[in-house]
Design a protein around this ligand. Structure first.
Ligand code: PMP
Length: 353
C-alpha cells in the first residue's frame, strides 16, 4: 500500500438495484412507477426550449420550491430540494447528525442510512425490528444524536401510526427527527402537519415513486424555516447548482395534474392488493405493505432460489441477503399486466422450484 493510501476515506458504497437495458424485462426491482409521468409534465418536456441553458440555473430552484410549497400549503422557506431524496438525505445527515451520541434507525431499513453514517463518521445504532418486522417506537425514546426511519418502512412496507411517531417526537425535542416518506403516497398517513408543532421534525419526500420521475432526480424535505435554513447553509457550502434548469422547470410541472396523480396511485394500490391476495394463495406470507412494493416470503421456497428463477425468466425483483429477511423478496408493484405475468409464472413453476 502506498503511503498516500493511508489517508483515503474508505467506504463501502451502497449498491443500487440493477438497471437492465433490455426492454423485455419485467422490472420489479427498484420501486419505480410503472406508469408514465403526467400528461402536463410530458407536454412541458416537448415544449422545453434549451436556449436558456447557457445560463447557470437558479441556485434556489425557486420555481420548483414554490410549486412544492404551494402544493403542500407551506411557505417556500419550509421546503428544501435536492437531486433525488438520496441527495436530500445525505445533506440532512451531514447537517443534522453531528453529535457524539449515536443516531438511531431500524436494523432492517433503507440500506443507505448506514452508508451515509459511515461516510460522515456519524456514530449509529440499528434498533431491532419486532418479530413481525414492525418498528418498535418505544426503543426510540433513549438518548441519541438523532433519529431517522422511513414511514412506511423499507423494505417491509409496514407503517408506523402518526401517534407513535408523535410520541417519538415528544421524547426527542433535543435532536432532529427525520421521517423519510418516500412511499407515503401509496396509503400511509403523513406526519407533515406535525412540522408546525415540532421545529426539529424533517419530512422527506421524492418524485421518484408516486410522481413517476425516478429518472429526473428530485427529492425534497419539509420542516420549520430554521431547519431548512441550516440545510441550505450546508448545501450551499457544497455545491450551489445541484438542481439543473430543466429539472427545476419540468419538476414544477409535475406537481400539477392532481387527478392523474390520484388515478395512478389508485391503480398501483389496487394492483398491490390483488397481487398480495394471489401470492398468499400460492403460499406466500406478505407484510401489510402500504408502499408500492410487496414484501413476501414463501412458506417453503428459499428467497434466493426464487429470486434466481424469476431472474432467469426475465422478472427482476429485489433480494436482500440479510438476517431475518433472507427468504423475503421485495417485489415492486408493476402494471396489472406485469403482476399478472409474475403470478402466472409462479403458479406454473412454484411446485418445481
Ligand atoms: N428513501 C427510501 C426509503 C427509498 O427506498 C429510496 C429509494 N431507493 C430513497 C429514499 C431514495 O429515492 P430517490 O433518491 O430516488 O428520491
Amino acid at each position: 500500500m502506498g503511503g498516500w493510501e493511508r489517508n483515503i476515506r474508505r467506504v463501502v458504497p451502497y449498491t443500487p438495484g440493477e438497471q437492465p437495458q433490455d426492454p423485455g424485462i419485467i422490472k420489479l426491482n427498484t420501486n419505480e412507477n410503472p406508469y408514465p409521468p403526467s400528461p402536463t409534465f410530458m407536454h412541458a418536456v416537448r415544449e422545453w426550449d434549451g436556449k436558456g441553458l447557457r445560463l447557470y440555473p437558479d441556485p434556489s430552484a425557486g420555481v420548483l420550491v414554490d410549486a412544492i410549497a404551494a402544493y403542500h400549503g407551506l411557505q417556500p422557506g419550509q421546503v428544501f430540494v435536492g437531486v433525488g431524496s438520496d441527495d436530500v438525505l445525505a445533506m440532512s445527515f451531514l447537517t443534522f447528525f453531528n453529535s457524539s451520541k449515536p443516531i438511531l434507525f431500524p436494523d432492517i431499513t433503507y440500506s443507505f442510512y448506514d452508508v451515509w453514517a459511515e461516510l460522515f463518521r456519524i456514530p449509529y445504532e440499528r434498533l431491532k425490528l419486532a418479530e413481525d418486522l414492525s418498528i418498535v417506537p418505544s426503543d426510540y425514546l433513549r438518548e441519541n444524536g438523532g433519529i431517522i426511519f422511513p414511514n412506511p418502512n423499507a423494505p417491509t412496507g409496514i407503517v408506523m401510526g402518526s401517534d407513535a411517531i408523535e410520541s417519538i417526537l415528544e421524547h426527542n425535542r433535543d435532536v432532529v427527527v427525520i421521517v423519510d416518506e418516500a412511499y407515503v403516497d401509496f396509503g400511509a398517513s403523513s406526519v407533515l402537519p406535525l412540522i408546525e408543532k415540532y421545529e426539529n421534525l424533517l419530512v422527506v419526500r421524492t418524485f421518484s415513486k408516486s410522481r413517476s420521475l425516478a429518472g429526473l432526480r428530485i427529492g425534497y424535505a419539509m420542516g420549520s424555516a430554521v431547519l431548512i435554513k441550516y440545510l441550505n447553509d450546508v448545501k450551499f457550502s457544497f455545491n450551489s447548482y445541484t438542481m439543473d434548469q430543466p429539472t427545476v422547470c419540468l419538476g414544477a410541472k409535475a406537481m400539477e395534474d392532481e387527478e392523474y396523480f390520484q388515478q395512478t396511485l389508485r391503480k398501483i394500490i389496487d394492483t398491490r392488493e390483488w397481487a398480495k391476495k394471489e401470492l398468499c394463495a400460492l403460499g406466500f406470507q406478505c407484510t401489510d405493505s402500504r408502499a408500492n412494493f410487496i414484501f413476501a416470503k414463501h412458506r417453503s421456497c428459499p428467497g434466493e432460489r426464487l429470486y434466481d428463477v424469476l431472474r432467469r425468466a426475465g422478472i427482476y425483483v429485489r433480494h436482500f441477503d440479510q438476517d431475518r429477511i433472507r427468504d423475503h423478496l421485495r417485489i415492486s408493484v408493476g402494471t396489472q399486466e406485469e403482476m399478472g405475468i409474475l403470478v402466472r409464472f409462479l403458479k406454473d413453476h412454484l411446485s418445481s422450484i
